[in-house]
Ligand binder design. Structure first.
Ligand SMILES: Cc1cc2nc3c(=O)[nH]c(=O)nc-3n(C[C@H](O)[C@H](O)[C@H](O)COP(=O)(O)OP(=O)(O)OC[C@H]3O[C@@H](n4cnc5c(N)ncnc54)[C@H](O)[C@@H]3O)c2cc1C
Ligand code: SF4
Length: 520
């Protein structure tokens, strides 16, 4: 690693990958610091017994893929690894719903102004619908039984013969419907950020340092021009620093917000809005067990990409429903939707204790590999699982607790009660239509707590310093010329869709402005 770069980027998911790529293309000397490892084709879990190795923990398992966090009101799933959330996501690439921009966003951002940047993201991630599968037919049949036409979702997956990725030149195999998208694709058929934006950034000279976790952010001179970034190397357990005139924080909703909070005393001009507008993107899980309608039976949700289709109830009810599948060895986890806890023995109790400690502000650790040991699979009677995504109140809050300065998220689910009730009602209707047993799950799953895979907010965008941490381009109010945040934390409201495409488009927009404005 060199001592100085033109820009240091913290994190390598959607925001970090886009930033690295576009800055390197513009000729900047770019350094990317990522706390997770690089994943090759053979590095992903295949069997349930390998589940413990999925859990990222900075000390005991820095090579893990999932960072599972328990907070007082909510559990959050996020990623660690070069490529961030793209490694484990379900590949859905949807734009935000136009109405979400009507309140709480900077005046200049709406669907039209984001459109050119959505197109750039499409050029890199190449989304397409899956070819027809038993589960797409079954989902469409369930929708039509309930009077709603299903639509295939655009997926950033390569369906076809082996190829060189057209954006980056990296070799890829075609999708063979393994259903392991949420565990990492062993064929590299997913057009993930490491195989697209980051590969291209590295081709253009960017340097990526895996297993480097950033802890400290320090203005190099009074006035905040230029930065010294302190990190720990999780492989060799050493510490170091690197300097740059421009820093882009892209550690994700939890990562960037936490970093700013922990460095706040060195960053006195930060907005009081830091930590506000947390949203779970209206996530909820549901399932219909044992449907009797013949055209819906035998959906084989384990075969094919993890999400393939959606039913859109946005116009009337402000949510959408997507199908959700996992590969055969992990199917038993879906029992969690109806309350079966698949954690083995004492781990359940330990998790309860940790949740209680989190609630009291005494702990904020990631779930460790030892705690994630899961019970063997039980065959399920033809389940049909769903992810709900809707417009929640987006008024949660991230904070450091008073006593021990632990990172915590508070999120009053009651404020979004009408949304969750409407989802439950809709699932019941679907259950009647396909003659199955519907279960709506807000508090179940292996963690036995409300859970989101789409955390947003914490460094919200706003035109005003008082109400936003960053401006419409991701520039931190008070440090506009040198510190940016470009990731899910700047999204100030639920999106009505899976978030990654909007995060990537906002990052494209922010970097286009930075590069256009000069900078390094
Ligand atoms: C199971 C699952 C399925 C999903 N499916 C979809 C989907 O189909 N479509 C969709 O749009 N969205 C999906 N999402 C959500 C999506 O993955 C996230 O919204 C997206 O990855 C967020 O992008 P980001 O750039 O904000 O952060 P991330 O992609 O999370 O990247 C942040 C990166 O920063 C690193 N980092 C954090 N802190 C530090 C630090 N201090 N130092 C160094 N590195 C750090 C992290 O390790 C991580 O790699 C899914 C999420 C999950 C968990
Ligand atoms: S279905 Fe299988 S092969 Fe296709 S993208 Fe997902 S994990 Fe890869």
């Amino acid at each position: 690693m060199q001592a100085q770069y033109d820009a240091v980027i913290v994190g390598s998911g959607f925001g970090g990958g886009v930033s690295a790529c576009r800055l390197a293309q513009a000729g900047w000397r770019v350094c990317v610091l990522e706390r997770g490892r690089r994943f090759g084709r053979g590095d992903f879990a295949e069997e349930l017994k390998q589940a413990p190795r999925l859990a990222w923990h900075h000390k005991v398992n820095p090579g893990g893929l999932y960072d599972v966090r328990l907070f007082g009101d909510v559990s959050v799933l996020c990623a660690a690894g070069v490529g961030g959330g793209s490694l484990l996501y379900a590949n859905v690439q949807l734009p935000a719903k136009p109405e979400v921009f009507e309140s709480g966003w900077p005046a200049e951002i709406d669907l039209d102004s984001l459109d050119p940047f959505y197109r750039r993201v499409e050029e890199a991630l190449d989304p397409r619908p899956t070819p027809e599968l038993p589960k797409t037919r079954a989902f469409a049949a369930a929708g039509s039984a309930a009077g709603r036409a299903a639509e295939l979702t655009p997926l950033a997956v390569h369906f076809g013969d082996d190829r060189l990725n057209p954006f980056s030149g990296v070799p890829q195999q075609g999708c063979t419907n393994l259903g392991r998208c949420l565990l990492g694709c062993p064929r590299h058929a997913k057009n993930t950020i490491d195989l697209t934006y980051l590969a291209r950034a590295e081709r253009d000279g960017a340097e990526v340092f895996p297993l480097h976790e950033v802890l400290r952010l320090e203005p190099r001179r009074r006035g905040g021009h230029g930065w010294r970034i302190g990190f720990r190397d999780l492989q060799y357990r050493t510490r170091g620093t690197v300097e740059a005139p421009v820093v882009v924080l892209a550690g994700g909703t939890l990562g960037s917000t936490r970093l700013l909070m922990e460095n706040r005393r060195r960053l006195r001009r930060l907005s009081p809005a830091l930590g506000t507008r947390f949203s779970a993107n209206g996530n909820a899980l549901g399932a219909i067990f044992d449907p009797h309608a013949p055209e819906v039976r035998g959906a084989h949700i384990e075969y094919g990409p993890s999400i393939t289709s959606k039913l859109d109830y946005w116009e009337e009810r402000r949510f959408i429903i997507e199908d959700l599948g996992v590969s055969e060895p992990f199917m038993g986890l879906l029992e969690g939707i109806r309350g079966a806890n698949r954690l083995v023995g004492w781990r359940r109790q330990l998790l309860r204790v940790k949740q209680a400690l989190a609630r009291c502000g005494l702990s904020d650790r990631s779930v460790t590999p030892r705690e994630l040991k899961l019970k063997g699979n039980t065959p399920l009677a033809d389940p049909f699982a769903f992810l709900f995504i809707g417009k929640d109140a987006s008024n949660g809050r991230m904070r450091l607790t008073r006593l021990l300065r632990r990172f915590d998220v508070t999120f009053a689910r009651e404020d979004s009660r009408a949304l969750f009730d409407a989802m439950e009602e809709q699932l019941a209707e679907l259950g009647v239509a396909v003659r199955g047993d519907p279960v709506f799950s807000l508090d179940n799953g292996p963690l036995g707590q409300f859970i989101t895979a789409h955390p947003l907010g914490g460094c919200p965008m706003s035109d005003e310093h008082a109400t936003g941490v960053v401006d419409q381009y991701g520039r931190v109010h008070g440090y506009e010329d040198s510190l940016l945040v470009l990731d899910g934390s700047i999204v100030p409201s639920a999106l009505g869709a899976n978030p990654s495409k909007t995060i990537a488009a906002l990052s494209e927009r922010g970097i286009a402005q930075l590069v256009g404005a000069g900078g390094a």
